[in-house]
Ligand binder design. Structure first.
Ligand code: TXA
Ligand code: MG
Length: 327
């Protein structure tokens, strides 16, 4: 494993200047995006990129996404098919990452040697302000240790990466709550390889063409975010159908999607509902925070209900399936 860098303390603040100063000095800082917090570093500086891998204890075979502030910059780092470029122009910023053939400017370390690179324009105003003040793009994976649940608020980052990074720019709770959807644009048919913050229906409408879906990992995955086990809490997690008569094991937490009054043996102190208003967007926003709270609650395991397989429900179910394990 890589050795993690250490700092006396990790500061949480709202100073764009400070975040920019650290990034210009070749360090990594956590920045808010509309999806989840990212651990950002200069994508053109291999030493800064190496610090990202080290802080996350992330294997170097797992490529990083590159964040840019404009369509012009996106074109500088990738070879865009016209239809993909048009989609990016229409979307502007948002929770969709485009995988395109990479240009030589992007170091191989960023893409783990792949000939393609994932590029997105985030929509969070603070992230965009940081990008505006830099003359380089930012590589940024989710700001969690490899394999654990992604952070959706500044405190989540501090809880796990505190002491390993100098600064967390606090932008409040992430509005979307799950990572960006990733669409591979290097194939004849655009292919969603990770469900995420932009629903499949919206991706198809944006691209104006048929989209394939291939989110299941092979034994040698191109994207370890697609590994069978990822996004996992420390305690065992079991996924169930909300409508079933679920019996929660003694000492376990229960996380419902909308309504679990019919579940048996729910401990009210260890109960969370992802969406009291029954909306996929609300559930996505709350998903990772609820998983973290249940993980830290002293429960011995958690039972979590699946979301309806529509809209952001696909991304939620994908994360739950990969998070499911039996300890
Ligand atoms: O919303 C997001 O996408 C967040 C925020 C911070 O932007 N970022 C994020 O990055 O989720 P990360 O590294 O945690 O997940 C990116 C996933 C990984 O599973 C990686 O393997 C995959 O994207 N990936 C990166 N480059 C790729 C490429 N060229 N082809 C296929 N998959 C790629
Ligand atoms: Mg991640």
């Amino acid at each position: 494993m890589l050795t993690s860098p250490t700092f006396d303390a990790t500061t949480v603040g709202t100073s764009v200047e400070e975040a920019v100063a650290w990034l210009k000095a070749g360090e990594t800082v956590a920045l808010p995006t509309e999806t989840v917090y990212g651990l950002a570093g200069n994508a053109l500086d291999v030493q800064a990129v190496a610090k990202i891998f080290a802080a996350k204890q992330r294997p170097s075979f797992d490529p990083l996404l590159v964040h840019v502030g404009s369509v012009e910059e996106a074109m500088r780092y990738g070879e865009w098919p016209l239809w993909a470029l048009k989609a990016l122009e229409t979307l502007g910023g948002g929770p969709l990452t485009f995988v395109v053939p990479k240009k030589a400017l992007i170091p191989d370390l960023v893409t783990s040697g792949l000939p393609s690179v994932g590029i997105r324009i985030p929509r969070h105003p603070l992230f965009l302000e940081v990008l505006n003040r830099l003359d380089f793009p930012l590589a940024a994976p989710s700001a969690n240790p490899f394999g654990y649940i992604s952070p959706t608020r500044a405190q989540h980052v501090v809880d796990q990466l505190g002491g390993r990074i100098p600064y967390v720019l606090n932008g409040g709770d992430c509005a979307v709550g799950v990572e960006s959807t990733i669409v591979d644009c290097t194939l004849d048919v655009p292919t969603v390889v990770r469900h995420g913050g932009m629903a499949l229906e919206e991706v198809e409408a944006l691209l104006g063409r048929r989209v394939a879906v291939r989110t299941h990992s092979t034994s040698r995955p191109q994207a370890p975010g697609l590994l069978e086990s990822h996004y996992a809490p420390r305690i065992p997690l079991i996924v169930v159908n909300e409508k079933d008569p679920v019996e929660v094991p003694c000492g376990w937490a229960a996380i419902g999607y909308h309504q679990i009054d019919h579940w048996i043996q729910v401990n009210p102190e260890m109960k969370w509902i992802l969406s009291p208003s029954n909306s996929d967007q609300e559930a996505a926003t709350r998903l990772f925070a609820c998983l973290r709270e249940a993980d830290a609650s002293g429960a011995q395991g958690m039972v979590v209900s699946r979301a309806p397989e529509l809209g952001l429900g696909r991304a939620i179910n994908d994360r739950l399936q990969r998070a499911a394990h039996f300890g």
